[in-house]
Design a protein around this ligand. Structure first.
Ligand code: SF4
Ligand code: MG
Length: 326
């Protein structure tokens, strides 16, 4: 494979643990070059832990991370930093990541200084990038508390781009923003992706955002992926009962589809003590006796879709009988 056809990033059989809690339990995903992949699920499902592992903030207990064809675990330790630099995290709460006593100008220069990449040329490049996304000269002398929410996100974005990454991991990038500012930020992210040849992993519980901006999506439940596929197909016709519940609880369906609403019973179980068999069986309206003992594998179905359910293969999803819908 040439560099252009290699996936931007491949995570294989990833396990993340915090002491005895297994937050991510065997997650595999592939981020293709130039795409935006969404990772969705309820809070506590492990999606932020996947993000932390990918950007190098949390070690993998097992599994591998491959960045543009190079597997991090296989390269000499002194090359790992350079490889990891190609992935930058866009923080959930930019205010918390911006030091309050630094001006925007210093904040933008800081990542270059940390990496000893600070030259007049690199500084000028960053200022030009900032200006191109609406952070003009007059903003550079301001402090974080003098910025609007949208401006703070832009500063955080330029800081993430300072190291010239090829992959951006964005964890809830629009959380806390007004709806119109959300739209502007999402358009900006898309424009930068195309202009700079970036690939994005977008982590969010906001399904309206994910449905709008991602090419493909993976759904997590209790540390595992239960369904993945092209966003349009998956949103139109979710196969896994959990995905259907998640979508029906969050999206505004047209009235003809309201009858498909699935309301989940029970609480999200603790990841430190996940249920046997299918981890979703205690809340699944379609559970059968075998679901309590047999673990469903993530199986490939039609249209690039994968589903982990004994009874809902993606290939069958299109023709599934109405009687099976909750
Ligand atoms: Fe529901 Fe069983 Fe499918 Fe799990 S395997 S999602 S419990 S029907
Ligand atoms: Mg989170």
């Amino acid at each position: 494979a040439t560099a252009l056809t290699l996936p931007a990033l491949t995570l294989k059989d990833a396990v993340v643990r915090y002491d005895r809690l297994i937050a991510v339990d065997g997650v595999s995903l592939e981020l293709r070059r130039g795409e935006t992949l969404g990772l969705v699920g309820e809070s506590g499902c492990g999606k932020s832990s996947v993000a932390r592992a990918i950007v190098g903030l949390q070690p993998l207990a097992s599994g591998t991370l491959t960045i543009e064809g190079e597997t991090l675990q296989d390269v000499p330790p002194k090359r790992r930093g350079d490889l990891q630099r190609r992935i930058q995290l866009l923080f959930q709460d930019p205010a918390a990541s911006l030091s309050p006593r630094m001006t925007v100008r210093s904040l933008l220069a800081e990542p270059l200084k940390i990496r000893k990449l600070h030259t007049p040329e690199s500084a000028a490049r960053i200022v030009a990038l900032a200006e191109s996304i609406g952070l003009g000269e007059q903003l550079l002398s301001r402090y974080p508390h003098q910025l609007s929410g949208g401006q703070a996100r832009r500063v955080a974005l330029v800081r993430a781009l300072a190291a010239e990454p090829s992959i951006i991991v964005a964890d809830e990038p629009t959380a806390g923003l007004d709806i119109s500012i959300q739209g502007e930020l999402l358009n900006l992210l898309r424009a930068l992706r195309d202009r700079l040849g970036l690939s994005y992993l977008l982590i969010s519980h906001n399904l309206n955002v994910v449905g709008r901006v991602t090419d493909r999506v993976a759904v997590m439940y209790l540390g595992q992926i239960v369904e993945s596929g092209p966003t349009a197909a998956l949103f139109r016709d979710p196969a896994h009962p959990y995905t259907r519940a998640l979508l029906s609880a969050n999206l505004t369906f047209d009235p003809s589809r309201r009858r498909e609403r699935i309301v989940l019973s029970g609480e999200l179980p603790s990841p430190s003590n996940p249920p046997s068999g299918c981890r979703f069986h205690k809340r699944c309206p379609l559970a059968q006796p075998r679901c309590a003992s047999d673990i469903p594998a993530l199986q490939a179905g039609a249209d690039g879709r994968n589903v982990a359910c004994h009874f809902q293969l993606a290939a069958e999803a299109v023709v599934r009988p109405q009687a099976m819908v909750g």
